[in-house]
Design a protein around this ligand. Structure first.
Ligand SMILES: Nc1ncnc2c1ncn2[C@@H]1O[C@H](COP(=O)(O)OP(=O)(O)OP(=O)(O)O)[C@@H](O)[C@H]1O
Length: 836
C-alpha cells in the first residue's frame, strides 16, 4: 500500500479548470521518480528531422567521366565538361559608398597613391580611430569580404520590427575604402577576359539614388570608372577595333519609354525589336581615348537632374555595348566573335520623402522605380523558376523596355554580374535594407550559358554595304534557325539577293553557300547543345528523384522508430493505468472499512447515552440494596446493565472525546479512598459489609477499566497506558485536593454512610463526573447538602416519609426538600432509633 502512495498519485489540493484554455502545443509528458520505462524513452525521443527538400533540389549534376578506364583522362574530361557547361551563379557585388564622398574621394585618392608607395604610410592607430568615429554613424558594417551586418538606427530599433540582419554570400564586398581599380579587378576583369574570349557578359549597377552607381560605372577624370578601365584593358590586350553604342531609356514626364541614342546625335529614332535596338548607331573605336570621348559625349547628352539626394541624378537607364569590329587580314575581312560586353547604369530607386521630387521629377521617379521593380521581378522569377522548375518563368520582362532588351540575361541565358551600391549612413538604413533584401537572394541565380561560336572567316570585302545590318542579325540565335521545310533556301537571303546588283551576284552566291553551310553546322551544333541540355536536365531529375527517395526512406524510418516509441509509451501508460485501478479498488475497500468503523462508533456513542441512563440506574441500585423489597428488581436492573464491553466501549468513547472516562476510574478510586479514610468512623460490621459492596463495585469498575485498557491497546486509537496512568495520577491528585478541601464532617460521614448503604454507585459516579469536570466542592454537594437538610428537619414526621418517585427522580426530590431520598429516609430512621 505504501508504495502506491507515490507523489504522482497524490491528489492536487486545488484544480483550476479553464473554460476556454488557449490553444497550445501539448506539453510533453512529464514524469516523476516512478516514471515508467515508456515515459523515460519519451524523454529520450528525438525530433524527426525536417525533409531536406531544398538540399535535394539544389543538387548539382556531376557529369560522369566519359572514359572511366583512365583516371587522368577522366579528370581532364571532367574539367572540359565543366568548362563547357558554363553554369555559374550570378555574381553579386556590394559596394559601400563612403559617408562623406568628398572627403572620401580625397581619402580614396590618397589611399590609392599611397598604395603605390606602400600601405604603411597611414598609421594604423589613426586609421582605427577614424573607423571608430565613422562606425558610430553607420548602419552597415562589413563583417568580412562576403558579408555585412545591417543595423537599424536607434530610433527604428525601438519599433521591434527592425533588427540587425546579416547578409552573407556576396561575391565580394567593397568597403568604403575600396578603389575603382579594386572594384574593376573583381567585377569587370573576368567579364572583359571572357569577352575577349568570345563570351558575352553584362554588368549592371543597381542601388538607391546617390549611392555611387554612375561613379562606379563611369567614374570621374581622376577616378576612372569601369568603362574606362575596361577599354584600357581591352586595348591593352589587342589592337583590334571595336564598336561602341550607348543609349538610354527615358520616360519624359512619365509618358511612355523612349530610347535615345547617346553616341550619335543625328541618327534615326530608335525602337526595340525583340532584344535588339533598331536604328542604333555604333561608333568604331580603336583606342581608349576614342572610347572615352564617345562615352563623355554620351554622358553629356544623358538625362540628369538635381535632386535632394544627388546633384547630378541620372533620370534614365543607360546601356553601353561593346563588340568586336571586323578586321582585315590579307585583304579578307575577318568577322569578330559575336560576344557583346554590356554595361548598364540603372537609375537609382528613389523615395519621394528623401528626394523631395515634385512634378516632372516625381513622374520620372515613378518610371525609374517601376523599371527597377520590373528588373527585380524578372530576377526573382528566374530564381524561383530555378528553385522549382514547375514554376513557370514569368514574363515580367515585357513590362519595360530595359527588361525586354536584357531578356536573355534576365532569363539566365547569358552571364551577368550585379554591383549593388549602398550608402551606409544611418539615414540610409531603409534604402540599404530594401536593396539588400531585394537583391541578396539573386546570388542563387544560375546561368546556363550557351557558348557562342566565333563566326567563320569569310571574304566580305566583296560584299555590299547592305550586309552590315545582316551581320547584326546573325548575332541573334533566332537568325540561325532556318525553315528548310518550306524551301531549301533562306528567304531573307533570297530577298537580299534581289536587291544586290547583278555583277556582284556571283560573288554573293559563293558567300551565301559558304554561309549556308556554316549556318547548318551551327544549327546542328545548337541542336546538339539542346540535346545535351535536355540530357543534363533528365540526369539531374534522376539524381533529384534518387536523393528524394533516399531522404523519404530516412524520414519513414524515423517515423517508424517514433511510432515504436509511442507504442511502448502507450503500453507503459496502460500498465500504470491498471496499477491505478488496483489501487483505486484498495482505496475503496479501505473507505468501506472506515465507513463501517464510523458507523460502529456512532452506534457506540448512541449506546453511551444508554450508559448514562444505566449510570442513573446505578443510582437507583443503591436504593434497592437497602430496600429488601427492591432487591430482586435491583438485581434485574444490574442484569440489564450493559455488558462490560459496551461499558468499556462507551468509556473508551469518552476517553477518545477527552471526556470522563478517567473520571469513572477516579470515582472508583475516590470511593475507595473515601471508604478507607473514613473507615474508622463506621462500625466494624457495617464497615465490612459496605466495604465488601464497595469492593465489589470497585472490582466491577476495575474490571471494566482493565477491559477498556485492553481495547485501547487493541485499537490504538486511544491514549497510551502511560497517559492513562498520568491521568490516573492526576485524578488521585485531584482526589487528594478534595480530601484536603474543607469538607464538613457531616458530609464525610454522609458520604461514608452513603457508601456503607451501598449508594456508592450513583453518588460516587456523579461526584466522579463532577470531579472530572473540575468542580470538587460540588461533587460532594448533593449528598452533604441533603444530609444537612435532613438533619435540620429532624423534627419532621419522618415515620411517614417514603422514598418518592422513581430512581430517576430521586435526586430531584432530595434537592427540592419536600420528598425524601432513599438514603435520607434510611438515615432519618437510624437517627430516630438512636433518639437523637
Ligand atoms: N565610392 C565613391 N567614392 C567617392 N565618391 C563617390 C563614390 N560613390 C559616389 N560618389 C559620389 O557621390 C555622388 C553621387 O554618386 P552617383 O551620381 O554615382 O550616384 P548614383 O547612384 O548614380 O545616383 P543616381 O541614381 O541618382 O544617378 C557623386 O558626386 C559621386 O562622385
Amino acid at each position: 500500500m505504501e508504495d502506491l502512495k507515490s507523489p504522482l498519485l497524490e491528489c492536487p489540493s486545488a484544480v483550476t479548470v479553464r473554460r476556454n484554455p488557449p490553444r497550445r502545443a501539448k506539453a510533453p509528458f512529464t514524469t516523476t521518480s516512478n516514471s515508467t520505462p515508456a515515459s523515460k524513452s519519451l524523454l529520450k525521443r528525438k525530433e524527426i528531422s525536417s525533409f531536406p527538400l531544398q538540399e535535394i533540389l539544389q543538387c548539382q549534376l556531376v557529369p560522369p567521366p566519359l572514359h572511366p578506364t583512365s583516371s587522368s583522362t577522366s579528370s581532364t574530361t571532367t574539367t572540359t565538361a565543366t568548362n563547357n557547361n558554363h553554369s555559374e551563379h550570378l555574381r553579386v557585388f556590394l559596394r559601400i559608398k563612403p559617408l562623406n564622398s568628398n572627403n572620401s574621394t580625397t581619402t580614396t585618392t590618397t589611399t590609392t597613391s599611397k598604395q603605390v608607395k606602400g600601405k604603411a604610410a597611414l598609421p594604423a592607430l589613426k586609421k582605427k580611430s577614424l573607423k571608430k568615429t565613422e562606425s558610430d554613424s553607420l548602419c552597415l558594417v562589413v563583417n568580412d569580404s562576403q558579408s555585412v551586418t545591417l543595423t537599424p538606427p536607434q530610433s527604428l530599433q525601438d519599433a521591434k520590427r527592425f533588427k540587425s540582419e546579416v547578409y552573407d554570400g556576396f561575391t565580394q564586398v567593397f568597403d568604403t575604402d575600396s578603389t575603382q581599380i579594386q572594384v574593376y579587378e573583381k567585377v569587370m576583369e573576368p567579364l572583359v577576359v571572357d569577352f575577349m574570349d568570345g563570351k558575352s557578359g553584362m554588368v549592371a549597377a543597381m542601388g538607391p539614388t546617390g549611392s555611387g552607381k554612375t561613379h562606379t560605372i563611369f567614374g570621374s577624370p581622376k577616378n576612372h570608372g569601369m568603362i574606362s578601365l575596361a577599354f584600357a584593358h581591352i586595348f591593352g590586350l589587342s589592337t583590334s577595333s571595336y564598336y561602341i553604342s550607348m543609349f538610354e531609356i527615358y520616360s519624359e514626364r512619365g509618358k511612355g519609354e523612349k530610347l535615345i541614342d547617346l553616341s550619335s546625335s543625328d541618327g534615326p529614332d530608335l525602337f526595340l525589336q525583340q532584344s535588339s535596338v533598331r536604328g542604333l548607331q555604333e561608333v568604331m573605336i580603336s583606342s581608349v581615348v576614342e572610347a572615352e570621348a564617345v562615352i563623355a559625349r554620351g554622358m553629356l547628352r544623358r538625362a540628369t537632374a538635381v535632386t535632394n539626394s544627388n546633384s547630378q541624378s541620372s533620370r534614365s537607364q543607360c546601356i553601353i555595348n561593346i563588340r568586336g569590329a571586323p578586321e582585315m587580314a590579307d585583304g579578307d575581312e575577318v568577322l569578330p566573335n559575336n560576344a557583346v560586353l554590356t554595361i548598364v547604369d540603372l537609375a537609382g530607386a528613389e523615395r519621394e520623402k528623401k528626394t523631395g521630387n515634385q512634378g516632372t521629377r516625381l513622374l520620372e521617379s515613378n518610371f525609374i522605380n517601376n523599371t527597377s521593380m520590373v528588373f527585380g521581378l524578372c530576377l526573382r522569377s528566374l530564381l524561383e523558376h530555378q528553385k522549382n522548375p514547375k514554376k513557370p518563368l514569368q514574363k515580367h520582362f515585357q513590362n519595360s523596355l530595359l527588361t525586354k532588351y536584357l531578356r536573355e540575361y534576365l532569363e539566365g541565358k547569358k552571364r551577368m554580374a550585379l554591383i549593388l551600391t549602398v550608402k551606409a549612413g544611418v539615414d540610409d538604413y531603409l534604402d540599404a535594407s530594401f536593396l539588400l533584401r531585394q537583391a541578396s537572394p539573386y546570388m542563387k541565380i544560375k546561368f546556363n550559358v550557351i557558348e557562342e561560336e566565333p563566326c567563320q572567316k569569310r571574304n566580305i570585302s566583296k560584299l555590299p554595304r547592305e550586309e552590315k545590318p545582316k551581320r547584326r542579325k546573325l548575332s541573334d540565335p533566332d537568325a540561325y534557325k532556318i525553315d528548310e521545310s518550306k524551301s531549301g533556301k533562306d528567304p531573307r537571303l533570297e530577298t537580299e539577293l534581289v536587291s544586290v546588283p547583278l555583277q556582284q551576284q556571283e560573288c554573293l552566291h559563293c558567300s551565301i553557300s559558304s554561309s549556308r553551310s556554316a549556318k547548318l553546322e551551327i544549327n546542328e551544333r545548337l541542336q546538339l547543345e539542346e540535346y545535351r541540355v535536355e540530357i543534363n536536365r533528365l540526369k539531374r531529375n534522376e539524381q533529384v528523384m534518387l536523393k528524394f527517395s533516399k531522404a523519404l526512406w530516412n524520414v519513414l524510418k524515423q517515423y517508424k522508430s517514433k511510432l515504436e516509441e509511442t507504442e511502448n509509451e502507450v503500453r507503459g501508460l496502460k500498465e500504470s493505468l491498471e496499477k491505478e485501478n488496483v489501487r483505486y479498488v484498495e482505496l475503496e475497500k479501505e473507505k468501506e472499512e472506515l465507513m463501517s468503523c464510523s458507523r460502529y462508533f456512532k452506534q457506540q456513542s448512541a449506546e453511551s447515552s444508554d450508559i448514562q441512563s444505566c449510570e442513573n440506574g446505578i443510582g437507583n441500585g443503591g436504593k434497592c440494596i437497602n430496600d429488601d423489597d427492591h432487591s430482586n428488581g435491583d438485581k434485574k436492573e444490574r442484569d440489564s446493565w450493559p455488558s462490560d464491553s459496551i461499558v468499556s466501549s462507551s468509556i473508551e468513547q469518552f476517553l477518545v472525546e477527552n471526556a470522563t472516562c478517567s473520571a469513572t476510574e477516579q470515582s472508583t478510586v475516590l470511593g475507595e479512598d473515601e471508604m478507607t479514610s473514613h473507615a474508622s468512623e463506621v462500625s466494624p460490621n457495617e464497615e465490612s459489609g459496605s466495604v465488601d459492596r464497595c469492593n465489589a463495585s470497585i472490582g466491577d469498575l476495575r474490571h471494566s477499566s482493565s477491559k477498556i485498557q485492553k481495547e485501547k491497546q487493541q485499537r490504538r486509537r486511544i491514549p497510551s497506558p502511560s497517559m492513562l496512568v498520568k491521568e490516573r495520577n492526576d485524578l488521585e491528585t485531584d482526589n487528594e485536593m478534595i480530601k484536603d478541601s474543607q469538607i464538613l464532617p457531616t458530609e464525610k460521614a454522609g458520604s461514608v454512610d452513603t457508601c456503607s448503604m451501598g449508594k456508592i454507585d450513583s453518588e460516587n459516579i456523579s461526584s466522579c463526573k463532577s470531579l472530572s469536570e473540575k468542580k470538587p466542592r460540588r461533587r460532594l454537594l448533593p449528598a452533604s447538602s441533603v444530609l444537612l437538610r435532613e438533619i435540620n428537619d429532624l423534627d419532621l414526621n419522618y415515620e411517614n416519609e417514603r422514598p418518592m418517585g422513581s430512581s430517576r427522580g430521586g435526586r430531584k426530590l432530595a434537592a427540592d426538600g419536600i420528598g425524601r431520598t432513599q438514603g435520607s429516609v434510611s438515615l432519618l430512621k437510624l437517627l430516630s432509633n438512636l433518639n437523637l
